[in-house]
Ligand binder design. Structure first.
Ligand code: HEC
Ligand code: HEC
Length: 413
């Protein structure tokens, strides 16, 4: 980021960002009604908000690149920089990743795709407390949103993975999720007529379709899921009317030292990317999920989880690693309910010091919810393919067949 700022004159960056915002708005309108052509050629254009470099890399541009890190704005400040991000994938790699993401051919019995649990119409989550994998198996945690994963340094609730590439292999080969194995995955992709050609377009310098290429393409697609144009962002960049008085009140509670939300959910990403033990409750029939204790082999981190970003949070109910809370109001009440109040008696959890006793009243809790709902922006939603190279039914195909357009879970909050 610092590199970008020092090499790009400020005026240029502003011009580029505005051009991209305009183009993306136009692109969004035109793709909404168009029918996607058959998938024999990958796109040579970058997704909205990325600029194509001379060496065919998509580079992210956004207004936060104008700001220095925290500067003197403090935690919760508006004009602060985002953490370092992943970009530089080619348009073809991103587009191939998009097709793979929606293609159930990646799973052992060709029934489950990444999008089954990370559905774009549900904030790239699945609306479930615990995800359901191959053969209807119930998992142990809730599926996180994938928006803005380009900015994350650790993956999974317990931070056990450090890159999108490493992460992707986990669901593919997990018996509970997609149930596949490397040789079957490669042979089923090679058996689909279009894939070897598409992989060649995305990776022209390498010979054969490989696991590394699958992981790279999925990482490329996921790092293109950018959500940075919410009403909060417009307010942060200086458009004061983007938020109403109640939402601004909510923002001020959120970043106050009474509620302390922004100490962990630090703007503009709304996570400080740390692990914290907050003592959220497990589902009634489940034992304590030890979380990061296992990853770091440290009992101090028992029940510790990665602080999740709150971007598009209104779309991704239910909440927490356990999916225990149905609404944002319930989450806000949890934080106000007293330090450790949801930890069963006799259980020893080392709660984070920012988990306090804010004792917020009903109005203040409502304002926090009002504010969290301003973090929604799906304007850069990628096109969901109607058909994938394998010809198998995608989530959009299913939705069309059942004539059951998914109801946005945001209505529940
Ligand atoms: C059966 C449902 C299911 C499928 C299929 C699935 N995921 Fe997930 N995904 C989850 C769950 C649940 C988690 C959280 C698991 C945990 O933290 O232990 C997760 C976590 C992730 C994360 C980490 C996000 C973060 O912020 O920590 C990424 C990235 C991800 N999945 C991408 C993918 C990709 C790519 C695929 C396809 C190759 C995929 N997932 C398939 C359910 C699923
Ligand atoms: C000490 C750090 C910390 C503080 C302070 C904090 N949070 Fe969290 N927050 C977390 C962690 C860690 C999780 C995930 C915990 C889990 O899954 O059990 C979380 C989860 C959430 C979620 C659910 C996210 C999801 O994707 O399911 C919301 C919403 C949320 N916090 C809002 C708030 C609000 C509002 C405040 C202030 C009242 C706040 N948080 C204060 C660390 C913190």
């Amino acid at each position: 980021m610092a590199f970008l700022l020092s090499t790009l004159p400020r005026q240029n960056l502003i011009k580029q960002v505005y051009r991209l915002l305009l183009l993306s708005a136009l692109g969004f309108c035109s793709t909404a009604s168009s029918v996607e052509p058959a998938t024999t050629t990958l796109s040579s254009d970058c997704p909205a908000s990325f600029l194509l470099s001379d060496n065919n890399q998509c580079l992210l541009r956004n207004l936060y690149q104008l700001y220095n890190s925290l500067g003197d704005h403090g935690i919760g400040g508006l004009k602060t920089a985002l953490p370092a991000h992943r970009d530089g994938f080619s348009p073809e790699q991103i587009d191939l990743g998009r097709l793979l993401f929606f293609d159930p051919v990646l799973s052992a019995d060709q029934s489950v795709s990444c999008a089954s649990c990370h559905n774009p119409s549900q904030g790239f989550s699945d609306g479930l407390g615990r995800s359901v994998g191959i053969h209807g198996q119930l998992g142990s945690r809730s599926a996180p949103s994938l928006w803005n994963s380009a900015f994350l340094k650790d993956f999974f609730w317990d931070a056990r993975s450090q890159s999108l590439e490493e992460q992707a292999l986990s669901p593919l080969f997990s018996p509970q999720e997609m149930g596949n194995n490397p040789s079957q995955l490669l042979s089923s992709l090679r058996a689909v007529e279009a894939y070897p050609k598409l992989f060649k377009q995305a990776f022209p310098d390498t010979k054969d379709l490989s696991l590394d290429q699958i992981a790279t393409a999925l990482a490329a697609f996921q790092s293109s899921l950018i959500s940075l144009n919410s009403r909060y962002d417009q307010y942060a960049h200086g458009y004061g009317e983007a938020l109403n008085a109640q939402e601004i009140e909510g923002l001020n509670i959120f970043r106050s030292f009474v509620a302390r939300c922004s100490q962990c959910h630090m703007p503009p990403l709304f996570t400080n990317q740390q692990i914290a033990v907050i003592g959220s409750p497990e589902p009634e029939d489940m034992p304590r999920d030890i979380g990061a204790e296992k990853t770091f082999d440290s009992v101090k981190l028992k029940g510790g989880f990665k602080v999740p970003s709150l971007r598009n949070i209104a779309e991704t109910a239910p909440y927490m690693h356990s999916g225990r809370f149905q609404t944002l109001r319930e989450v806000a009440e949890f934080y106000s309910g007293g330090r450790g109040h949801a930890v069963p008696e006799g259980e020893d959890l080392l709660l984070h010091w920012h988990i306090s006793e804010p004792d917020l009243n009903a109005d203040e809790l409502d304002r926090l919810v009002d504010f969290m709902r301003t973090l929604s922006d799906s304007s850069m939603l990628p096109t969901v393919p109607h058909t994938v190279p394998s010809g198998l039914t995608t989530i959009s195909g299913k939705a069309a067949r059942d004539n059951n357009s998914q109801k946005s879970s945001s209505e529940k909050t």
